[in-house]
Design a protein around this ligand. Sequence first.
Ligand SMILES: [Zn+2]
Length: 477
Amino acid sequence: MIRKNYNNLQRVMTMLAAFAIFAMPVAVFSQTKISYHSNKYKPTDDVKVGRQAAMEVEQKLPILNDAQITNYVSRVGMRLVAAIPPEFQHPEFQYYFKVVNASDINAFALPGGPMYVNRGMIQAARNEGEMAGVMAHELSHVALRHGTAQASKAQKYGLLAGILGIGGQIIGGPAGAAAQVAGQGVGVYFLKFSREYETEADLLGSQIMARAGYDPHDLANMFQTIERQGGGGGGGGGFMSDHPSPANRYARINQEAQYLRVVNPVRDTREFEQVQARLRGMGRAPSSAEIARSGQRYPNGETTGNYPNNPPRGTVGYPSTRYQNYSEFGGGLRVSVPSNWREIGGNNDVWFSPEGAYGQYQNQVVYTHGVNFGVVQSQSNNLQQATNEFLNSLGQGNGNLRQQSGYQRTTLSGRTALSMTLNNVNEATSQSEIITVVTTQLRNGQLFYMIAVAPSNDFNSFQSAFRNVLRSVQLND
Ligand SMILES: [Zn+2]
């Protein structure tokens, strides 16, 4: 249905365009005119540079090999590509879209067309319109040829070989390289984009969205989603660190959107919901920092991170009675955990787990023992309803998960919380395990959760550690 509406809309818009001169209000002509910066390179150079960069990127980053998700992202991407205004279309360019199995809220595009969308970005977006917003912004950098324009400006990198040299050096560098690629993408190649380029990408992105039948306000909304979820921080890995926010970014996009009225825009789609559910069922993605720390090369389609390449052994040491303090989520969470557990992750979701208790199994990171903290967006203001939603999302893609107890009221960081116990069969070890989930609400309405997991036959020796960890939780929101 949505697709059909969209097609109709396109037809209507085409008709409107034909009659624009007679029928459209003056405001239409107020959409911002954007032009190219001077560029020493030919569009085919963009393609060449981008292709080489893409090869290196795909060796360094874990590309998610999931046809359903990749096809969906590609369909959204190609709809946007088709909506690039004619003056910014380049027949040489070859646009394609891949999903990176990284938790950071980010996406990047390379000159000439390749685009990489982080899984964290798809999961953070509240609807298809927001996801499309970031993609339209990225496409605009490509269509406006910002990469080679910037290189043209930097005289010392005046040669194409020079550009490739920069890329090669940084990508081929030691630890941190993959994270830079994952987190900063094209910014690594061509330094950071200036705020001027950012504004242009926002404006052309808004125009592309409208032409594709999306609401350009969703681009502004996505920037707010990114900020709300902490993806905008200067800590690296986040979208905002690569795409510095021009002054009054939202206001500027929303102002442009006034001239880009879209009737019945595409916003929520069932496909988007299905893809998000599928991603939730996949186990957590590594952060770009973890990918960098691993310092390894990853062939296509393998999940990465600093996880052993093998499934968890499932046999681990007892929790230490000494505890170590951690601060997570930008200080929003303080917690003490046994000192022999390692901290893994840390963007919207962090694990503490002993050696031997985590590893890769079938393209996912699987944990046998440990605690996991995270924050999820919730549709409901009611704790029990929000918890139900969350448990349903955990259950999706995991047929073995069974609720064992009803909800019990408890407290977490001095606030009302719910606790419940579930049984599961661990995917990697086939051992039965006990999972305890504790949830509470943050002031902004998001759901905070702690998940503790241990095999059934180890549960008693881990239970007191889990209790201590739970008691130590301090939320500062
Ligand atoms: Zn940008």
